[in-house]
Design a protein around this ligand. Sequence first.
Ligand code: FRU
Length: 499
Amino acid sequence: MKLIKKWTDDLRYLPYNQWDENYQNFLLETVQHSPWRLNYHIQPESGLLNDPNGFSYFDGQWQLFYQVYPMGPVHGVKSWAHVSSKNLVDWKTEGLALLPDSDYDQHGVYSGSGIVIDEELVLAYTGNVRDSNWQRASYQMLAHMNKAGEIIKDKVPIIPNPPEGYTHEFRDPQVFHYQDNYWLLIGAQTEELEGKVLVYSGPSLETLTFEGPLAFSDQSMGFMVECPNLVFVDEKPVFLFCPQGLDKAIMDYQNIYPNTYVVADSFNTDSLSLSNPSSLMNLDHGFDVYATQAFNAPDGRALAVSWIGLPEVDYPSDSEGWAHCLSIIKELQLHDGQLYQKPARELVDLRQEQTAIGGELSQTPRTIVEKTENSYELKLDFSANSQGKLHLYADPRGDHSLTIDFDTKNGMITLDRSQVSNAFAQDYGTTRTLTIEKNAPLSLQIFVDQSVCEIFVNGGQAVLTTRVFPTETETNVSIEGKSGDFSGKTWRLRKMIND
Ligand code: FRU
């Protein structure tokens, strides 16, 4: 048996129950043998994972869903898969939760959110349907999960059509409760092909009315906005979204589509605006973050999780029957009006043996951690006059690595994946540069997990996320530099327990 190489539309939209069981078993088996499988990140059992959905806290547990196409590493007919957790670290596989099995979602149960109402977790999603001419229809749907984990989909949509003047590129409802009303934000496109976010509100999710577009920027957001997501951090709105086709003069970016945000003073429900919004900012300065979803947890935190992967880009693990993963859980905070993203505090639970490291930077590369198994956390502090390179996924000869170029004198960090094995997406550039404060110390907190790396800069002021697909020998950490010194710690990180 072989993996499928040529994915036609017919194959991608074939109902799951028409797939041969032998093929499915073969696929699962192939995926299990992939050397790039992850230890503590949520990943698909087979096929393709994309957006996180329905992130919530219900029945004493964290609930998280994600977009999945289980039959191969392509965007086929999507479902929601479900995982749950008691500690935000170990995620139990609950299986497929919402299947594309009704007239309102037969070509995909697309992205959405979750909200606890009374004794239920209510899931809001987009039903994607194609007609015989492959024209899209989008329906906004609800499903209800009870405490036994049983999920029942509503029979009819809560929003059966986009409002007048908008196309059927209309999806990813975020539902929340605010000032005694229910609200729904949704990604949309005008008939003039401009990306918008639309607002609905009402006394219940079943009785929403269309209010109008959300005003959050004076600029044009390209041809489509996906995955709008409003959270409140210290009462201030932080609005996350994914504009497609955004003019780079508005915000510079190199990924095919960026995941962006604005921070505002308040959400003005009368004028449907975010007051005094910041300029548009890039949520992640690395290569691979999209569709981040955040929610206000009952414990007061704003928790976020991202899709690590991008639309319309091929990845090396495709050849092993799977693609993409979710990020670790991040806490959003505001300090002096600036957004910070920190690894959720629960992640310390992954830490195993600890090693201290440090010294002066010198021109000859020095291995500071050898044979890591590529499952570790690394915290490093650099002095204010440091210039050098940190190599992750380094092979013993120093031919290959993921390089972090740091220059605290001139205030720059460059993440360079030009020297990694199994390079991909090179059309979008092989480096990402971030400016940091000049002549100031620098701290890095890095999570490496086999084929994914998340780098938190200066306590979460910026994050750079990237996939890397190393060969077996690329497991060292080494450092070199012209000036400065560094000190820090590393921990081996355990696997998550997923049952
Ligand atoms: C974003 C997205 C969403 C859509 C989902 C389909 O990655 O395109 O807009 O709901 O993926 O899987």
